[in-house]
Write a protein that binds this ligand. Structure first.
Ligand code: HEC
Length: 174
């Protein structure tokens, strides 16, 4: 996404005042690790589950409205895969909102060009999974999970797993 498009997006989402400067903590209440745990982790698991079971075969929960397994919920089976894929594509936008911190207190490295590239890969992976889920073809979704795994991994290799490496001090997000 270009800076201009991003600025437009942020402006339309949050109002002109916020587009100029980092959003306050009330607008980005989660640090990056919390955002991953609360959104990408559960949403991608719904997509990845298709590697083991056809989503159409997941039985409804006893009380689908209270189900914590989205595949067994009122919006379950293939719809859950579609909606989770779209959620992943939407979270890509949240990964570009200024003002978010990493768990270590440092800024999310938004201004690094490869950050935007990794975010775009995630957005594309979400849309690939969405298109696959719409076909209701399990093999297509399994292919899309490869794209998804790669998108998560490429960014993690550079930005999450730094903590394990000696040069972590140079990194913004470890
Ligand atoms: C654009 C970069 C990027 C992409 C894409 C990305 N992540 Fe992350 N992820 C990170 C970074 C950086 C951290 C470390 C965050 C921190 O320490 O605050 C992280 C941390 C995590 C964590 C661990 C949180 C913890 O407990 O410390 C999970 C789980 C996670 N990501 C899941 C995913 C999944 C699943 C995907 C793909 C669907 C994904 N991420 C895609 C950058 C990314």
């Amino acid at each position: 996404m270009s800076k201009a498009v991003l600025a437009l997006l942020v402006t339309s989402l949050m109002g002109p005042a916020l587009a100029q400067s980092p959003a306050p903590a009330s607008v980005v209440p989660a640090n990056l690790a919390q955002l991953m745990r609360g959104t990408l982790y559960p949403a991608s698991n719904v997509v990845f589950a298709a590697q083991d079971q056809n989503p159409a075969d997941v039985p409804r929960a006893k009380d689908p409205n209270m189900a914590t397994d989205l595949l067994a919920s009122s919006y379950g089976k293939w719809d859950a895969v579609e909606n989770s894929a779209l959620a992943i594509a939407e979270v890509a936008n949240l990964l570009m909102v200024p003002g978010r911190k990493c768990a270590n207190g440092l800024d999310v490295p938004l201004t690094n060009p490869d950050w935007a590239k990794f975010v775009q890969e995630l957005r594309d992976a979400g849309m690939t999974a969405y298109a696959a889920a719409k076909t209701r073809n399990q093999d297509k979704v399994i292919e899309a999970t490869d794209v998804m795994t790669t998108a998560c991994k490429n960014c993690h290799d550079k930005y999450r797993d730094r903590v394990k490496r000696a040069d972590r001090a140079k990194q913004k997000c470890e």
